[in-house]
Design a protein around this ligand. Structure first.
Ligand code: SAM
Length: 283
């Protein structure tokens, strides 16, 4: 079978799915162990039998709604490649707004930072990678996720500067005695209201960990604790930055303001939605 024919088979197999063309290109490039750019010039080449088996298996998994990132076991974030598996949320492009804004605030100078709910480690590792010399203390309550995150820190050469801690929200950082010591805290907490989980697309609902999505009855549960815990961890002039879901910027700003945060600003993502909220620590 020619590569171009494999592409056509993919289109009919994934008919009706969002991003089918992109997913097929990614699956074919993965099966052939080449880049997407190289693939485009190879349409007339024969697909070796082993690559065809791999491609068909990947296509079947994708047809069953498994996200392509889990099939490939990788996803790019902040121009870095991250290992992912079903224990971690697939890093989203919107979350790059959180990292960019945090980097702007550190002015890329070494800083002591915290992250709640690190998952694949995408945020903590990117912060350590692009803010050379900074140290990030990152938590997650899922030990499998922390194993993935540790491998990602090693992969990008920042393992000595990212400390992963297992535990509930920011409690491990408080237990480590980091009160008043952090320059910044970031979080992309679970923020989908429990009742809305069933409305998520099947590729999210059936495949991504509920632990990474479920933000409690109103979706805002984590922000309430985060505000209090971050206020205790931040030093003078410190800041807290959080990602928020659709329609949550206002309520989250109010929650953080009631925990004493000031100078609140929200930043929009490329689609124009308010995506992150930052505030300065109570004096
Ligand atoms: C939305 S995901 C964010 C993952 C990653 N930071 C990112 O932006 O791609 C939320 C993460 O919070 C973790 N989490 C959920 N409940 C938690 C808790 N009580 N304490 C610590 N982490 C928690 C989940 O395991 C998940 O990895």
């Amino acid at each position: 079978m020619r590569i171009a024919d494999a592409f056509r088979i993919g289109l009919s197999r994934l008919d009706g799915k969002d991003n089918a063309r992109l997913d097929i290109e990614l699956l074919l490039a993965w099966a052939l162990d080449c880049s997407r750019e190289q693939l485009l010039a190879r349409g007339d080449e024969e697909l070796p039998a082993e690559a065809e088996d791999r491609y068909r298996a990947g296509l079947n998994r994708r047809a069953g709604d498994e996200p392509v990132a889990y099939i490939l076991r990788r996803r790019e974030f902040m121009s870095l490649e991250f290992e992912v598996d079903s224990s971690v949320l697939i890093p989203r492009p919107e979350t790059e707004v959180l990292v960019e804004e945090a980097l702007r605030r550190t002015r890329r100078r070494p800083a002591l930072l915290g992250e709640m709910g690190t998952g694949s480690g995408a945020v903590a590792v990117s912060l350590a990678y692009y803010s050379r010399g900074s140290v990030v203390h990152a938590t997650d309550c899922c030990s499998r996720a922390l194993q993935v995150a540790r491998r990602n820190a090693l992969r990008h050469g920042v393992a000595p500067r990212v400390v992963f801690r297992l535990g509930n929200q920011l409690e491990p950082l408080l237990a480590a005695g980091l009160h008043g010591k952090l320059a910044g805290v970031v979080a992309n907490p679970p923020y989908v209201a429990t009742g809305d989980l069933r409305r998520l697309p099947p590729s999210v609902r059936h495949w991504e960990p509920a632990l990474a999505l479920d933000g409690g009855p109103d979706g805002l549960m984590f922000y309430r604790t985060l505000g209090r815990q971050a206020a205790a961890l931040l030093g003078p002039g410190g800041w807290l930055g959080v990602e928020v879901g659709a329609g949550q910027a206002g309520p989250v700003t109010a929650i953080l303001a009631s925990a004493g945060f000031g100078r609140m600003v929200s930043t929009r993502d490329l689609a124009g939605h308010p995506r992150v909220v930052f505030g300065e620590a109570p004096k």
